[in-house]
Ligand binder design. Structure first.
Ligand code: HEM
Length: 461
């Protein structure tokens, strides 16, 4: 019997109709016209998508207008798509809003995968690496000491520190990008942050997501107040950077690319780091004994001096706190949506070209199959014998779209936390009856709700 022929016949059938042979993706009932729009309008989208995973499994689909979205909710599945099959899923969805805020798709974070995009990302990556090798440690230490002075100036009064954290994070990027730092109250900084906030809120607004899914709604809705004029502030500052030329594969990068790369770094590197710092202080207010353990470790290991990044291997408790906050509150909880640039598959399901992929990092970090007691703040899980591994964390995504600022962010989180916890004890504001809320507000960035805290200076060494 010609088994070989049957096998090759089956193979051709499979090649021809891969859809019909692979199981169809589970997902909630999709309403006529609206699809699953209501699921996406949820208050805390990452935690809602995580609860849907408990019902439909770690990979499911949602419909939004003509777009099919596939939500990935476990570390293994996210790694399969973003790392193992990176070349199938490195695209970004073409989006109306994305085009408005990214100079026609010419930003790194929102630009689609292409030779031009690769050259652009490489340019920014190399520039960031060069600056980092030369001065990143020094730049972060300077901002950490500045933040220390700001906290001392509160003189034991309760204060909401979120803006101070934002200023510290943005000063690191502006120093790296164009050698300037700004005072909290300066008009230039207010303008810069106003501009960044508008871009970020435009990304995150559910109304704008609707514009992306239903093109007909766009008539008369051009959000003209962002784009060129607002971005002009960074554009003016950018002139100091010089003109890069990258002619590999015939790609020529222009001033617009330099401009957009700086916007990318500012947007990617400001609210994320600041939100992470607010979460850390919030969790430590709930667990004062953990705060004391870190302080104790810093005192005994460093013998009074300020830490260097190279000290991290000798400060396991501090590193465990950093990892646990990144796990519980990945500040980019749904990463940035990816797009399938060709037909492919994930976890055995056929994924057609142009499907939008949502890596639910928040869901992966709360997967009960991987994390014991996933909703509890337990830094000790990352200490020796605690049973958890940082390799299971994905706060920066992975593959071709891995966070461009991962190395910068890791050094910032370490040095800021070490400096702050060496010099201050954070205690709840007296006027507050309860501790900070730990659920937060989820948009593109997952932020803690505003809270006040008292930073009490620790006795000197
Ligand atoms: C992208 C996380 C800090 C610049 C991303 C993504 C995540 C992420 C999850 C999306 C990856 C994907 O699409 O799969 C974080 C976290 C941070 C942080 C948790 C801090 C705690 C920073 C910093 C910078 C930065 C400090 C800049 C210095 C960027 C850029 C992208 C990005 C430019 C777009 C990359 C691309 O599309 O190729 N980040 N980030 N991020 N991040 Fe970060």
């Amino acid at each position: 019997f010609p088994y070989g022929h049957v096998a090759s016949l089956l193979h051709s059938v499979y090649q021809f109709f891969p859809r019909s042979l692979s199981p169809s993706l589970p997902g909630p009932l999709s309403l006529p016209l609206l699809g699953n729009m209501l699921e996406l309008a949820h208050d805390h989208l990452p935690s809602h998508l995580t609860s849907l995973a408990r019902r439909y499994g770690n990979i499911y689909r949602l419909k939004c207008g003509n777009t099919t979205m596939v939500v990935l909710n476990s570390g293994d599945i996210i790694r399969e798509a973003l790392v193992k099959k990176w070349s199938d899923f490195a695209g970004r969805p073409h989006s109306y809003t994305g085009d408005v805020v990214s100079g026609g798709g010419r930003s790194i974070s929102l630009g689609d995968y292409s030779e031009e995009w690769r050259a652009h990302r490489r340019l920014a990556h190399n520039a960031l690496q060069r600056c980092s090798q030369k001065s990143l440690h020094w730049v972060i230490q300077k901002q950490a000491l500045h933040l220390r002075q700001v906290l001392l100036d509160y003189n034991g009064r309760a204060a909401d520190l979120s803006e101070d954290f934002t200023v510290a994070a943005s000063n690191i990027i502006t120093t790296l990008a164009f050698g300037k730092e700004y005072e909290k109250s300066s008009a230039e900084l207010q303008r810069l942050h106003g501009c960044l906030n508008e871009i970020v809120s435009l990304w995150g607004s559910p109304w704008i997501s609707a514009l992306d899914c239903f093109p007909l709604l766009r008539v008369g809705q051009a959000p003209s107040k962002t784009s060129e004029e607002d971005i002009a502030i960074t554009s003016a500052l950018l002139n100091g950077l010089g003109k890069p030329q990258d002619t590999t594969q015939g790609v020529v990068l222009t001033d617009t690319h330099v401009h957009m790369a700086t916007v990318d770094l500012l947007i990617g590197g400001t609210e994320t780091t600041a939100a992470w710092l607010s979460w850390t202080v919030a969790f430590l207010l709930h667990r004062p004994e953990v705060q004391y353990r870190v302080y104790d470790e810093l005192c005994s290991v460093l013998d009074g001096r300020y830490p260097q990044y190279s000290d991290r291997h000798r400060l396991p408790v501090l590193c465990a706190v950093i990892s646990e906050v990144l796990r519980l509150r990945p500040v980019a909880p749904l990463a940035v949506p990816h797009r399938a640039i060709r037909d492919s598959s994930i976890a055995g399901y056929f994924i057609p070209k142009n499907t939008v992929i949502i890596p639910n990092l928040f869901g992966a970090h709360h997967d009960p199959a991987v994390w014991t007691d996933p909703y509890s703040f337990k830094p000790e899980r990352f200490l020796e014998g605690g049973g958890a591994s940082t390799r299971a964390l994905l706060p920066f995504g992975g593959g071709a779209r891995l966070c461009l600022g991962e190395a910068v962010a890791k050094m910032e989180l370490f040095l800021f936390t070490a400096y702050l916890l060496r010099d201050f004890q954070f205690v709840p504001a007296e006027s507050q009856t309860s501790l900070p809320d730990l659920i937060g507000v989820a948009s593109v960035v997952l932020k803690a709700k505003a809270y006040s805290v008292i930073a009490l200076p620790r006795p000197g060494p």
